[in-house]
Write a protein that binds this ligand. Sequence first.
Ligand SMILES: [Zn+2]
Length: 293
Amino acid sequence: MIVTILLILIFLFLPYQPSEVQQTESTKVLSETGSSDIAVKITYIGNEGFLISGRGKKILIDALYREGNPEYVIIPPDRRKRMENARAPFDDIDLILATHYHADHFDPMAVGTHLINNPKAIFVSTNQAVDQLEMEFESYTKIKNRVKAVTPREGERIKMTPNGINLEIIYLHHGRSRPIENLGFIFEISTKKLFHIGDTEASEKDLQIYSLTKDSINIAFLNSWYLIYEEWQSGVKNEIQPDSIIVMHLPSKNKGDAYIESLGGWDTMAQKILKAFPNAYIFEEEMETKIYK
Ligand SMILES: [Zn+2]
């Protein structure tokens, strides 16, 4: 009897230990409602995937993928499930964007499942990605009126306002010799204008036709090669001229990646990027958050 009472007492006074996911991710949800001078909050998901929120709007871009590519960042199954089930902080998403249909950016089942679980979200991507969604997601008819396939011609801009978000879409090639449709997205969240280029290899000349400097981009999401290699840097400096840069498609800092080692290690690579672009920010781990005021 005494032993039972003791056990009950011990149980009652044991501190509650939430699981890893609850601890890290719900703490971040609480801070979501924080100070009103936050214009945009960006959470790194993996590869070119981000959760972007600001003043009541939320976007998921290149984040709803599954196995992806084993060479790049793989999202842990628990987090993937939260994203697909539209659970916090991945709830209430207004707009889902995918720059192209490669498996480290997009998965038709992941996007389809999120759209079923969040009847508000609108999905915008290339014809290739939407074709895959239609072919592989069996409940496609239930979501198809919230799915927009857009593939502009090179040089053209397509404008739309899904769920009240100002969005412009341009075509940025994924290597001239590859038949992969890739989109650049220019969109407004809160007081900021953002630009995500996907997996493009557009040169300075390719970028020129869009007169992007007139857009006054506040935050540009750029692949690491545009920042590391001199032959790519001029496109950013002359044709995009963003106030701030987010570096994309890097592994997490402590992964011990062979490509990063070939660049002299993470710190050397980061120093090189920051020397050429002091306005760049490099996420070191998944679910890390950066706030712009
Ligand atoms: Zn790709």
